[in-house]
Design a protein around this ligand. Structure first.
Ligand code: SF4
Length: 486
């Protein structure tokens, strides 16, 4: 297949649409030449957007007249919609999110509701203009409704704190994070220095929050796997959080204990003493052969043991992550994992669709490990089954390089939705990030300002003073917000 781009420069957008139908394709994109064989031709000329698809002996053309002086947005949308509709017709594949490419679809709904747009109109717009399926429109509306109590509760000058511990026992084959495998001696040896720097950044950040009059509302410690480090090092971090910040106004404090092989009585005791209210124990799958294949050195049974231990020790808010589309898994295997998770009755279950990103070992093969349309059935089944069990979708996001353009959805039992996941994902509140790869996101009336920490522990150590210096942006941001508000 060759893709022609004539009279426009929307390669990125066209490529996104093509990938919905041909995931992981590496087609040539040309701006001139004679189409022959299998090809897609996209063209802006003579006041028209025109698309032709020729595929496996079928050939269809569609065109649309543009307004007299079309801007780039109109041209781009016209081409994308024409192309999407033709590819649907020719391939018989119906990507459920239509031509929406953003990572936060619920935010699009919320912003329209805020402007007073009626639901029916929003439905119509997403269905007709963006070609989103009814199923995904329902999912967005349901998710938006579940978020309302938290959206209404957010006040100015509140923030959440994100702490990054970028270490894991081993590296999962699909991992594209910066996480360092502590199975390697060199990484393991760097952890005490990492904790030392992290603690300094915690105190430094707390001072900034104090002098800007910010109130802490939630804490989230992720990474990585925070429980991969030793109990005494984790305690140094949690003690610093407790001492540097006031946790009294915080409604939620999550520590990820993602890998079952890191969950011990000792580490859970540290978490209990820290004031954390929520943990995450992530099976991803309960199939041992799949766990082995993706490089997680624990079994499904160990996940259950970790879960029961946490319950025994009093954890009453537990999340479990599952992934749809893991290499070696299939529809039935995914359903069995889902049933197992449901039978444990955690407060939250988050269902991710596998993404294969650059930086992941899995990407090196260049192939998606499964029929890319199977995960679509998996996430549909998760939605059906979890709703049947009383779980409601409450946050949702999408990532690039997810076959079928699928979504990740957090489900919760009533009254158990995670505050942090909503404020972070919907960008409702400032998040102050500390640690390697953490991002500080300042949310104000004028928009969002991001401050990026260096990604890898080595850079984090060597450029630590730069990281602290960059945090001056927080003072500037809140200084300007204060001036604006008189
Ligand atoms: S547990 Fe998460 S962060 Fe750690 S290696 Fe696996 S995917 Fe990466």
């Amino acid at each position: 297949m060759t893709v022609f781009l004539l009279g426009h420069s929307f390669r990125y957008e066209i490529e996104n649409i093509v990938r919905l139908f041909f995931p992981f394709s590496h087609f040539p994109y040309l701006t001139e030449g004679t189409p022959q064989g299998d090809y897609i031709l996209t063209e802006i000329s003579g006041g028209q957007a025109k698309v032709t698809v020729s595929f496996q002996g079928k050939r269809e053309t569609s065109q649309k007249a543009l307004s007299p002086a079309p801007d780039k947005g109109e041209q781009e949308m016209a081409l994308c919609r024409l192309l999407f509709a033709l590819l649907e017709s020719i391939t018989g594949i119906h990507p459920a999110w239509g031509v929406i490419t953003g990572v936060r679809p619920v935010k699009l709904f919320t912003s329209r509701i805020r402007k007073g747009q009626p639901r029916d109109e929003i439905r119509k717009e997403f269905s007709e203009d963006w070609m989103v399926s009814d199923e995904k429109i329902d999912l967005c509306l349901e998710t938006m409704d579940a978020q309302q109590p938290i959206i209404q509760s957010v006040r100015e000058k509140e923030f959440s704190l994100y702490l990054s511990i970028p270490y894991c026992p081993t590296r999962c084959s699909y991992c594209s994070f910066v996480s360092q495998a502590i199975a390697l001696k060199k990484n393991r040896e760097g952890i005490p220095a990492y904790v030392e720097h992290l603690v300094k950044e915690i105190y430094f950040t707390a001072e900034i929050a104090k002098r800007n009059g910010l109130t802490l509302r939630s804490v989230y410690m992720g990474g990585g796997t925070p429980t991969a480090i030793s109990p005494s090092l984790l305690k140094q971090v949690t003690d610093a959080v407790k001492e540097a910040f006031s946790l009294t106004g915080a409604v939620e404090y999550t520590i990820e204990a993602g890998r079952a092989d890191t969950v011990t009585k000792e580490i859970l005791s540290v978490i209990r003493q820290s004031g954390a209210t929520r943990i995450s124990i992530n099976p991803q799958t309960f199939r041992d052969d799949v766990l082995e294949r993706i490089g997680r050195r624990h079994t499904g049974a160990q996940v259950e043991e970790a879960f029961f231990l946490a319950r025994e020790m009093g954890f009453s808010s537990i999340n479990m992550d599952l992934i749809a589309g893991l290499p070696g898994d299939d529809f039935d295997g995914f359903c069995q994992s889902l049933e197992k998770a449901v039978s444990l009755n955690p407060e939250n279950i988050t269902v991710h669709a596998l993404t294969v990103k650059r930086g992941a070992d899995l990407y090196a093969g260049g192939e998606y490990p499964l029929d890319p349309f199977v995960p679509q059935r998996m996430v549909q089944e998760a939605y059906r089954r979890l709703k049947e069990e009383g779980y409601l979708p409450y946050y949702l996001y999408r990532q690039k390089n997810t076959p079928g353009n699928l979504e990740n959805v957090g489900y919760a039992k009533p009254g158990q939705i995670s505050y942090y996941n909503i404020v972070m994902m919907e960008e409702l509140q400032t998040v102050l990030g500390v640690g390697a790869n953490a991002v500080t996101k300042l949310v104000g009336e004028k928009g969002i300002v991001r401050i990026y920490n260096y990604k890898y522990p080595d850079e984090y150590f060597s450029r630590f003073s730069d990281i602290l210096a960059k945090k001056k942006e927080i003072d500037i941001f809140y200084g300007e917000e204060a001036k604006k508000n008189g």
